[in-house]
Design a protein around this ligand. Structure first.
Ligand code: HEC
Length: 118
């Protein structure tokens, strides 16, 4: 392989790493929001019911919450946010929403236990 190609490859890798850090949601910040009462208005946090992510399988494409079906994590998050935290729904492309989605995507089915009551 020529040196030029190697350099181009390196540049591509740098750009991809940079872009994923900058644009993708921040998992740690998402976890903070998940554990914060500031998202809602009734003092509850996501983690009040989903302790350490309990009851959430972030690897799924379709989420079901009390009989309703959501085709993306944003709608599922906003549903719980409105109903359980009495909070304002978040814009889908807001940083908070992207961070929450990133965190939820890390939650694995192994942790799944049913959560009761909204
Ligand atoms: C009062 C309790 C409660 C609170 C607080 C709560 N949820 Fe939920 N959530 C539930 C219940 C109940 C379900 C349905 C779980 C089931 O069917 O096993 C659910 C389901 C979900 C699901 C779908 C899980 C899956 O794998 O299908 C997501 C995503 C979710 N909640 C996110 C959140 C987020 C984000 C917050 C904070 C904004 C939050 N929840 C706050 C009770 C709550």
């Amino acid at each position: 392989m020529g040196k030029k190609i190697l350099w181009k490859l390196l540049m591509v890798i740098i750009v991809i790493v940079f872009a994923s850090v900058t644009f993708a949601g921040n998992v740690r910040n998402g976890e903070k929001l998940f554990n914060s009462p500031d998202l809602g208005t009734n003092g509850r946090k996501c983690s009040s019911c989903h302790r350490k992510g309990k009851g959430i399988n972030g690897t799924k494409r379709v989420f079901r919450i009390i009989g309703r079906k959501f085709r993306n994590p944003e709608d599922a998050i906003n549903f719980c946010l409105k109903l359980a935290l009495k909070g304002e729904p978040l814009e889908k492309d807001s940083k908070e929403m992207q961070d929450l989605v990133s965190y939820i995507r890390t939650l694995k089915p192994g942790k799944k236990k049913r959560v009761i009551g909204c």
